[in-house]
Write a protein that binds this ligand. Structure first.
Ligand code: ZN
Ligand code: ZN
Ligand code: ZN
Length: 294
């Protein structure tokens, strides 16, 4: 990554996180005031605009989000313009067009996207006389259906991007707990996971919800907590304790080098030792003869 990408990435990441936390804090307020509604609209739209730019930047580099009149400036000039807050970025509709072609959006999602943009414009440019209270619930849908597809995990410190409860890292413990306990977030996320990837769903090893899907990019991604990893990292065996099929997750890259290793059942949450058969490579609970050869 060059220094211009680096500087812009730093800003987008940091500010996205501030906006999304504010948006959800307002949306989850126990006694939502008009101000909470207004702040939810503004903050969630701002969060979207920043994560949308971040999404484009990671694919296209800085030219994807900076106005073309700056494209032939030198790196030093660009860094100085960024430093002085004089760099200009492309309008939101451009990154919206870009990410809309890259992610899954059904007609409800597109309506939701337009709705928040139009509410935000109303609030910012003209004000609103009555604020739409249903918007607080819809902001949770907005998070699930749109923002969760824009790879916000990549805004986190490296150790929280993969094999971690990324959502807890993004929001902090208290806001994370409140989101899961006090909103439609879990139900909406599970519905969304099944809508997109109905065929190979597991309970998440991290948050235990049945929302750990195998995506088209062959990653395992949890639609609730954002836990993700390359599918080759994970192996799945049957559980001898609760009889769940294919829910004991183990380290697929290392099992071959060990007599047995410890796996964890995503269904009953118990630890189970598993081993790989020397004859047929099938993985069974340990100690036990191979399920497949037997
Ligand atoms: Zn999860
Ligand atoms: Zn089990
Ligand atoms: Zn065998």
């Amino acid at each position: 990554m060059n220094k211009v990408d680096e500087q812009l990435t730093f800003r987008l990441k940091k500010t996205f996180k501030l906006y999304i936390r504010s948006a959800l804090q307002n949306a989850l307020s126990e006694t939502p005031s008009e101000s909470d509604v207004l702040q939810t609209i503004i903050n969630i739209q701002a969060a979207l605009e920043l994560i949308g730019k971040f999404f484009v930047l990671r694919r296209e580099g800085w030219k994807g989000i900076v106005k073309s009149k700056f494209h032939d400036k030198s790196e030093t000039e660009l860094l100085s313009l960024i430093e002085k807050d004089e760099i200009q970025t492309t309008p939101f509709w451009k990154s919206k067009d870009f990410f809309s072609n890259e992610i899954y959006l059904n007609s409800d999602d597109k309506d939701l996207l337009d709705k928040f943009q139009s509410h935000r414009n109303q609030v910012m440019h003209l004000g609103m006389s009555t604020l739409p209270h249903g918007i607080l619930n819809e902001s949770i849908w907005f998070m699930v259906r749109i923002i969760n597809q824009l790879e916000w995990q990549d805004t986190l410190p490296m150790q929280d991007q993969y094999l971690a409860n990324s959502l807890k890292s993004l929001l902090g413990n208290s806001l994370y707990t409140s989101l899961l306990a006090n909103s439609c977030y879990i139900d909406e996320s599970i519905d969304r996971a099944f809508e997109l990837y109905p065929d190979d769903m597991k309970h998440c090893i991290q948050c235990a919800n049945e929302s750990w899907a195998l995506t088209d990019e062959l990653d395992r991604v949890c639609f609730v907590c954002g836990y993700r990893g390359d599918q080759d990292t994970f192996g799945f065996a049957d559980c001898p304790l609760c009889d769940a099929k294919g829910e004991v997750v183990f380290d697929a890259l290392n099992i071959g080098y060990n007599e047995h290793i410890r796996g964890k059942c995503c269904s009953c949450r118990e630890f189970v030792n598993v081993s790989k058969c020397k004859t047929c490579d099938w993985v069974s609970p340990y100690p036990q003869v191979c399920n497949s050869c037997a």
